[in-house]
Ligand binder design. Structure first.
Ligand SMILES: [Zn+2]
Length: 279
C-alpha cells in the first residue's frame, strides 16, 4: 500500500468515527438547512435550523402554520410542543410517552408484505400534539366532526387538516370497485377513549381513524391471545392490498403494517405517509 492510499484510508476511518458518534438529531440538523422567518408572529429569533422530522410535520399540517424553534413546535397561538425530550426510551416508553421525534423512530414500509419485529410506525403519537390539533376532550373534537358518505353509511370524521375530505376521496375511488365493498363497512370511527389495557389515547378519539369490517380483519391480540408487546407474533391479514393502497394514496396509514397488527384500522397521518413528497 502506498503512502497516498494509507492517508486516504486513515481519513475515511476518522470520518466514519465522527459520524458514528453523532446522534441522529445532530446528523439531521447538518442535513437540513432550511430556515424560517417567524418575526411576524412576534418571536424574536427569525431564523432556525429545522430538523427533518419537524419539517415533515410542518408540511403535513399546513392548517396550523406551525413553526420550529429551539427544539419546539410552536403554534400560531403560542402553544409550544417539545420536539425531542432527549430521553432514551424503550419500545414501550416510546408508545407511552411519545414525543414528536419518537413518532418517526420507525419506518413505514409500503413494500413489505409482513411487518418487521417491533416495527409499529405511526402507532406512537405525541398526545399533546394531536390534542392541540384535533381537540383536548370529546366535546372539543366533536365540534369539528363532519359526516362523510361511506358506502351507504355516514362516518363522522374531523374536517381539520382536510381529513374528512381525504376520507371522502378514498370512498369515491373505492366505490369504483364493488368487489371490495364487503370489506369496507364502517365498524368504528370517532370514539373518545383510551386504548384497551393502556393509558394511551386512541387515534379514534381525534376523529382521524376508521375501522373497517371486523369480519375480515385481524388484530394481533385476537391471533395471539395473551401475548405481550415484545412477544413473537403470528401475522395474519385478509384485507386486500388494493384497498390499503387507496387509503395510503390519500394520507392514511394502515394498522396492518404494524408488527402489532390491526388490519381494520386506517388513520390519517400525512406526516408519515407522504414523507418523501413532503421534502
Ligand atoms: Zn382502529
Amino acid at each position: 500500500m502506498n503512502k497516498t492510499m494509507r492517508i486516504f484510508l486513515i481519513f475515511s476511518c476518522l470520518l466514519l468515527i465522527f459520524f458514528d458518534n453523532m446522534s441522529d438529531k445532530q446528523i439531521y440538523s447538518i442535513l437540513s438547512s432550511d430556515t424560517i422567518d417567524v418575526s411576524e408572529n412576534s418571536i424574536v429569533v427569525n431564523t432556525d435550523t429545522i430538523p427533518l422530522f419537524a419539517k415533515k410535520i410542518i408540511k403535513a399540517y399546513l392548517d396550523f402554520d406551525i413553526k420550529y424553534l429551539d427544539n419546539s413546535l410552536i403554534f400560531s397561538d403560542g402553544t409550544k410542543i417539545i420536539y425531542d425530550d432527549g430521553k432514551d426510551k424503550s419500545f414501550i416508553e416510546k408508545l407511552d410517552n411519545c414525543d414528536i421525534e419518537d413518532m418517526f423512530s420507525m419506518t413505514y414500509d409500503v413494500e413489505r408484505s409482513e411487518p418487521l419485529y417491533l416495527n409499529d410506525c405511526g402507532r406512537g403519537r405525541c398526545e399533546a400534539f394531536f390534542k392541540k390539533m384535533y381537540g383536548n376532550n370529546e366535546a372539543a373534537v366533536r365540534k369539528n366532526l363532519v359526516p362523510v358518505d361511506w358506502f351507504g353509511q355516514k362516518v363522522p370524521f374531523t374536517k381539520i387538516n382536510g381529513a374528512a375530505d381525504k376520507l371522502g376521496k378514498v370512498a369515491s375511488e373505492l366505490s369504483q370497485h364493488p368487489e371490495f365493498h364487503k370489506y369496507l363497512k364502517n365498524a368504528s370511527s370517532f370514539y373518545w377513549r383510551k386504548i384497551k389495557g393502556t393509558n394511551r389515547q386512541s387515534a379514534h378519539s381525534y376523529g382521524i381513524a376508521i375501522d373497517i369490517n371486523t369480519q375480515y380483519s385481524n388484530y394481533w391480540l385476537w391471533s395471539n391471545p395473551k401475548s405481550s408487546e415484545k412477544d413473537k407474533l403470528k401475522y395474519e391479514n385478509h384485507i386486500p392490498h388494493e384497498i390499503v393502497r387507496v387509503f395510503e394514496k390519500y394520507g392514511f396509514i394502515w394498522g396492518g403494517r404494524w408488527y402489532h397488527f390491526d388490519t381494520m384500522h386506517f388513520e390519517y397521518r400525512p406526516e408519515i405517509l407522504n414523507s418523501e413528497s413532503l421534502l
